[in-house]
Design a protein around this ligand. Structure first.
Ligand code: MLT
Length: 242
């Protein structure tokens, strides 16, 4: 039987019951999932996503302070008293290796937490797109491709990242998938943008906003296609590399 691919254009549209039994891939390209992939790629032990600041602070208290770092943003800026903001540039090997990172962001970490009901929930970005496709191709179940979006609306960069994943799955396993719920449209849109990802990020509303507050160089990092061959897997409240 063909495996269904459902695309959710924003985290707010995810039906937690509908994704039960599926493999879910969650993308918040600017910048939460790119940052999480970078931190794990740089040797951090685990990432704990939190929906809000209070939950993040409570999670930090369950560790010895020297073992854990606290990251996150509101309006793109570092939260007062936190160790890091949400820029992938901050999550260097030197700072994150062997640490646990608790992170809360406006949209990305929420979308991840809501996607926890899936059998497998993985973290998607341009950085690890093909690694995620490889992983999903090995799974024998339906797929939920979730764009975190922006405050309940869709965002072009997440849609394109999800669309490229859908396109890879369908092309690499002809006849095995049945794309539904806006999946073909996302894939079509994404293919038209292939090779122009950096430009797409620069011209996206959130990319323009990040540039205006001094994070233009993050856009280059977040566009670094397939630079990290890792599959971050979210299970029992923690994201680790499979
Ligand atoms: C979010 O979760 O909304 C983003 O990652 C915001 C950001 O660019 O830091």
């Amino acid at each position: 039987m063909r495996k269904r691919i459902r695309f959710y254009p924003s985290g707010a549209e995810v039906n937690e019951q509908e994704i039960v039994g599926t493999t879910a891939a969650v993308a918040d390209v600017l910048r939460a999932t790119s940052t999480i992939v970078t931190a794990l790629g740089n040797g951090c032990k685990a990432v704990i996503p939190a929906t809000d600041i209070k939950t993040a602070l409570a999670a930090v208290r369950s560790f010895r302070r020297q073992d854990v770092l606290l990251g996150g943003e509101r309006m793109g800026r570092k939260i007062d008293g936190f160790d890091f903001g949400n820029s992938p540039q901050e999550y260097t090997r030197e700072r994150v290796e062997d640490k646990v990172i608790v992170i809360t962001t406006t949209n990305g970490t929420k979308a991840l937490v809501y996607a926890q009901t899936a059998v497998r929930t993985v973290v998607l970005s341009f950085l690890n797109l093909t690694a995620i496709a490889d992983f999903i191709l090995q799974q024998e179940r339906d797929v939920s491709v979730i764009a975190a979006g922006n405050d309940g609306d869709d965002s072009i960069e997440d849609t394109v990242c999800c669309g490229l994943l859908i396109d890879q799955l369908v092309r690499r396993a002809p006849g095995q998938f049945q794309p539904c719920q806006a999946s073909p449209r996302a894939a079509q849109l994404a293919v038209a943008q292939q090779g122009k990802i950096q430009q797409l990020l620069r011209q996206s509303p959130h990319g323009e906003y990040l540039t205006s507050i001094g994070y233009e160089s993050d856009l280059t990092l977040c566009a670094d296609m397939d630079s990290r061959s890792i599959v971050p897997h979210y299970s029992h409240g923690r994201i680790t590399i499979i």
